[in-house]
Design a protein around this ligand. Sequence first.
Ligand code: ZN
Length: 390
Amino acid sequence: MINQERLKNLLLELVQIDSHSRKEREIAERIRHYCEELGAEVEIDDAGQKVGGNSGNVIARFAGTIPGAEPLMMSAHMDTVVPGEGVKPIVNGDIIRTDGTTVLGGDDKSGCAVIIETIRCLLEQKIPHTPIEAIFSICEEVGLLGAKNVDVSKLKSKFGIVFDSDDPGFLFTKGPSADHLEIEIFGLESHAGVAPEEGISAIKIAAEAIAGMKLGRIDDETTANIGVIEGGKATNIVTNHVILKGEARSLDDAKLEAQSQHMVQRFEEAASKYEVTVEGKTTKGRIKAIVSREYSAMDVSDESHVVQLVITAAARLGKEVKTLASGGGCDANIFNKRGIECANLGTGMRAIHTVNEWLDVKDMYASAEMTLEILKLNGELAEKTVASIA
Ligand SMILES: [Zn+2]
């Protein structure tokens, strides 16, 4: 049902188009071209201007064949993490890898390829279908910025599928809320050899704070990490300024708040222990903390229309799809929050965000076969609904 060779070639073509976050113009134009070729009305929105990128989200509207049927959203992101430029895919049987110097970008070009190829097959095989709103987003990897800036008032879909995870046997329906933490620590500069007692080391404060901090896997629903620490100019200077960036995630918002608060509190406590007086002037260690909610949790019920659609379609192909909670966030978190009920289906990407990223094209084929069946089933259900209303 799916043209495997064409799907594989499309993936290979897309991964060789550089598309770091905020630099998606070229791949956006290519995807626009393919969607227009398939008869879609395509728009590139203004999200790029809002986030300082060179392209907006590609929104392709495919007409349905069932009068009055509700549309369905399909979405994948076009951007990749670094190092993702000059990708040279190496095909070894069914496995596609890189030359080890870049990511593959199967995250999420496998999702883009699955959407395009599935719609192509749907149209070629003249399968009755509902309208489809395909959203190829920008800047997913830098805070889901494309999805956050889609004008949802222009979308008609009430449900959909995001194609942005690994195993096509799983449908991610739950995902955490995430906080981004940015901490600045202010100490006092002094000569490390001549007058160390006249300084307050921001590095020492950071170290003490982190040493007493709960990080890593906090419980089965919560994780936390300090991922960036920057500061200091020379070994002979007591460092007066350090910047740290971290995150916390949880499926439970109360636990997330507690964890973020704990992290900030540790910095505050560590800083408050330090105070020096130089020439009558007293300086205390202090911090500035900014905690921002990067995205909110998603929690789609197993009974929801979209989950039942996927499970039933898979069953018709003799396959089983299990719903699962993810530790990561994706555009689906944003779309759910913004009123489009959606789950995240796997497309075969593996070892993502590393130069060892690879993909088994058999997984991608399976994902596409399932997606075609989902669109077919969705059309059948829409025909029944429209008939019953008429
Ligand atoms: Zn992704």
